[in-house]
Design a protein around this ligand. Structure first.
Ligand code: SF4
Ligand code: SF4
Length: 381
């Protein structure tokens, strides 16, 4: 797992998505002094390449001047860490000036669209689609690389074909995100995608992706196939993320990941104190996540997929239980379904490969006509 620091310039956000769990009205903005403290904190923290991701809330609320000062600070003062940069935004506030700056720093952008306009606006609010697409045009005009996350809810999963075709027809890169129970809602499960439905959706997307392999990228499926092929996790959900990922909130508080930002019980320290790796490891949240890792070693020990699943996301597992560890990531059912599907298909393909033909195995017509799962395992991202 690579070293990753997420910077959260604010928890504020101008949109009002129905399943949101991470924005906070009236949230403060990170000051440039806090970024300077981030630099001082990381100067001697770890001697290895770091990725900084600006996340939120909505990080563009911090404005052009913030990025104009923050980006050189991070890249020049920490040049020994070879910083890579990324940004997750709804694009509403993107201006030509900002896009030019992000292009100068080679920043890839992740944004969010749930599918066709009506479906998207039903979930994310009236007008969301137009505003994001306006920002997308600005991003494209400045040659920025943009990929989209589609949050799939208990409602939108019924329109999975429309969603897939929307991304396919517009040539957009798709990453999907299952809606999580919103801890800030009085009915947290309302929009959440049930694990079984998530598993079925992943298998559906695997099929659709194989049918359209040259015309779309489905990032989740790429990653899942690579996890099985390499027998290790290739994204944070499927590795032990603790100790390699940190998030810094607007006030300089350090958390284990952006998902915990704004939850005081998960504060590990503050950038102003320049904590060492050892200092953070002694904090209560670090100990809790270490406990989760040990719990996974025991609880998932009999699972075929433990090496490249690692119990899924600790946030998903721990926060709905108010900080108690009494289960793994509730999406376990979905992970097992898709890992089994990929493994079974890969084994079947291997057994009917030319090499195995020498031993009498033969390919079915159906296998001949479809791109193989191996082509996804080897596809360049
Ligand atoms: S807590 Fe979950 S989302 Fe955050 S880094 Fe870990 S696996 Fe990823
Ligand atoms: S699939 Fe489930 S049982 Fe297997 S490692 Fe992942 S969380 Fe554990």
């Amino acid at each position: 797992m690579a070293f990753h620091v997420m910077l959260i310039p604010t928890l504020g956000c101008p949109s009002n998505c129905s399943y949101c769990w991470s924005s906070e009205e009236g949230s403060e903005l990170m000051s440039i002094e806090t970024v300077e403290e981030v630099v001082k904190w990381l100067e001697n923290f770890r001697d290895e390449p770091v990725t900084f991701t600006f996340h939120g809330g909505e990080p563009l609320l911090a404005g052009y001047d913030f990025y104009k000062r923050a980006l050189p600070l991070l890249t020049e003062s920490l040049s020994h860490l070879k910083p890579a940069l990324a940004l997750q935004t709804n694009l509403w506030n993107l201006t030509d000036e900002m896009a030019e700056l992000f292009h100068e720093y080679g920043i890839p952008i992740g944004s969010s669209i749930d599918g066709p306009k009506d479906l998207n606006d039903l979930q994310r609010g009236e007008g969301y689609f137009e505003k994001t697409m306006k920002g997308y045009k600005i991003a494209k005009a400045h040659d920025l690389k943009v990929s989209f996350i589609s949050t799939i809810t208990s409602h939108s999963v019924n329109f999975k074909e429309d969603i897939f075709n929307f991304f396919l027809n517009d040539g957009l890169t798709l990453k999907l995100h299952p809606a999580l129970p919103s801890l800030r809602d009085s009915n947290p499960e309302k929009m959440a995608l049930a694990p079984e439905d998530y598993g079925k959706l992943l298998i559906y997307l695997l099929d659709k992706y194989l049918e359209n392999i040259d015309d779309i990228t489905v990032m989740n499926i790429d990653n899942l196939c690579k996890c099985v092929f390499l027998r290790r996790g290739t994204v944070c959900t499927y590795v032990d993320c603790m100790g390699d990922t940190f998030a810094v909130g607007p006030d300089g508080s350090i958390y284990p990941c952006y998902r915990f930002v704004g939850m005081p019980e998960y504060v590990m320290g503050n950038v102003r104190d320049h904590p060492t790796v050892e200092d953070l490891a002694k904090s209560a949240p670090a100990k809790l996540l270490e406990e989760y890792k040990n719990y996974v070693d025991q609880e998932c020990s009999g699972c075929h997929y433990i090496k490249f699943c690692r119990g899924g996301c600790p946030y998903n597992a721990i926060t709905p239980n108010k900080g108690e560890i009494n289960g793994v990531d509730p999406h376990c059912t979905a992970y097992k379904m898709i890992f089994k599907e990929i493994t079974d298909r890969a084994n079947k393909e291997f057994l009917s490969s030319p090499a195995m033909g020498m031993f009498g195995a033969s390919k079915s017509k159906e296998q001949d006509s479809k791109p193989s799962i191996m082509s996804l395992m080897l596809k360049r991202s």
